[in-house]
Write a protein that binds this ligand. Structure first.
Ligand code: NAD
Length: 415
């Protein structure tokens, strides 16, 4: 298997070919603008010293400051961070946000460290990458294993270094410290909204539609909660890294979320009818499958076995190289990551706007503005899909690339 970045380039390449993209702009978009690797020491609670490796990659800034999360995971690598930064450029553009794309990460298993150690790791990392971030340069946010508390440490670290409180330097902060109402559930809300739109487009009734969700973290939990509570869908299976559970009558997502907080996993949830393997969850007979864990979880082999009619990519890059073609051929509607999980960055954008203006919105205002933007982006992508007779992913890349290409042409190439 090639690198994740190569696979990301292939998906973009299909759109670039179809829209006959100018070769110069294509070359620009195939390369990240800036890649920073930092190796930094941190004192542990027992006074020993560990050295961590972290990354910040800015893929493109044609449309505005770079934007993207920071991930804490042992498998973080430059290839992964580059790919995630690349997707952010197109995600922001497909949503019509005035941002470029970036991503960051630390090679770390946060579960192995105390809260105080994680605070020191976070502060030192942010200090190291401060040479390229800032509210008008690059605005980090949460991703896998990074929380509002970590965003508060990031914001404070940057503020201490510049000498004043800089709320707009990161998003995903706690409400009450420059955070936005509705940010925590924003990605799940966006996933829920586009799932309902995709069902409608497929002539499927979302009410009582069966849904399986891989990954029960921030995205998976709120997608489950809002799809069941607001759209009437039935969440029949969920998984996390420890295992999967099944209930044909549909889970109560709120209860399941409480259980996950108390027990750290849903694998032994007593109200499940049965346990199942993570593999069986991906291939079970449901209307909608939402991968919301990590990249490359659906290999071409698994794609051949998938029975869902719609796949909504809550995670970034969950379909490994080769899986798209198999699923497209089999008529499965794929709502691509750059559109499906863009609710998070959209409310991050609202948070940044609120911070810059020091004027905060009500939750209802945030939610309705988000839904309006998701609906518009879905509609534009759907129309582009029809115009080019292509799949949703290629269409979303075309919509996004047209915007980045326009900005690049208008700005010109310096000098
Ligand atoms: P998270 O850390 O809150 O949750 C990840 C979940 O996936 C956990 O429940 C974990 O147990 C589970 N998981 C890990 N490996 C698994 C496996 N092999 N099988 C089943 N489950 C597994 O992370 P998150 O914030 O929910 O992010 C999930 C995905 O969504 C990532 O790809 C992330 O980049 C993407 N995403 C997140 C946001 C956001 O706002 N949080 C926004 C856009 C995209």
């Amino acid at each position: 298997m090639g690198s994740t970045y190569e696979s990301a380039l292939n998906k973009f390449g299909k759109a670039a070919d179809l829209m006959n993209l100018d070769p110069g702009i294509r070359k620009i978009l195939e390369h990240p603008k800036r890649q920073l690797i930092v190796e930094f020491p941190v004192t542990m609670d027992d006074d020993s010293v560990e050295v961590f490796t972290g990354y910040r990659v800015q893929h493109n800034v044609a449309l505005g400051p770079a934007k993207g999360g920071v991930r804490y995971h042992p498998n973080v690598s430059l290839d992964e961070v580059k790919s995630l930064a690349f997707w952010m450029t197109f995600k922001c553009a497909v949503m019509g946000l005035p941002y470029g794309g970036a991503k960051g990460g630390i090679e770390i298993d946060p579960k192995k460290y105390s809260k105080k150690e994680l605070e020191r790791v976070s502060r030192r990392f942010f200090s190291e990458i401060s040479i390229i971030v800032g509210p008008d340069r690059d605005i980090p946010a949460p991703d896998v294993n990074t929380t509002p508390d970590i965003m508060a440490w990031f914001m404070d670290t940057y503020s201490m270094n510049v000498g004043y409180s800089s709320m707009g330097v990161v998003t995903g902060k706690p409400v009450g410290l420059g955070g936005s109402q509705g940010r925590t559930e924003a990605t799940g809300r966006g996933v829920s909204e586009v799932t309902a739109l995709a069902a409608k487009a497929k002539g499927m009734d979302i009410k009582n539609a069966t849904v399986a969700i891989e990954g029960f973290g921030n995205v998976g939990q709120y997608a489950a909660l809002l799809l069941s509570k607001e759209k009437g869908a039935k969440i029949v299976a969920v998984s996390d890294s420890k295992g999967a559970v099944y209930n044909p009558n549909g889970f109560d997502a709120e209860e399941l979320m409480k259980y996950k907080v108390e027990h750290g996993t849903i694998a032994d949830y007593p109200k499940a009818q049965s346990k199942m393997s993570n593999h069986d969850l991906k291939t079970m007979d449901v209307d909608v499958f939402i991968p919301a864990a990590l990249e490359n979880s659906i290999t071409p082999e698994i794609a051949k076995e998938i029975k869902a009619k719609i796949i909504v990519e809550g995670a970034n890059g969950p379909l490994a190289e080769g899986a798209d073609e198999i699923l497209n051929e089999r008529g499965v509607l794929i709502v691509p990551d750059i559109l499906a999980n863009a609710g998070g960055v959209t409310v991050s954008y609202f948070e940044w706007v609120q911070d810059l203006q020091s004027f905060f919105w009500k939750k209802t205002q945030v939610n309705s503005a988000l839904e309006e933007m998701m609906d518009k982006a879905f509609d534009e992508t759907w129309k582009t899909k029809e115009k080019y007779s292509t799949d949703m992913r290629t269409a979303a890349y075309i919509v996004a690339t047209e915007r980045v290409a326009y900005a690049t042409r208008k700005r010109g190439i310096y000098p």
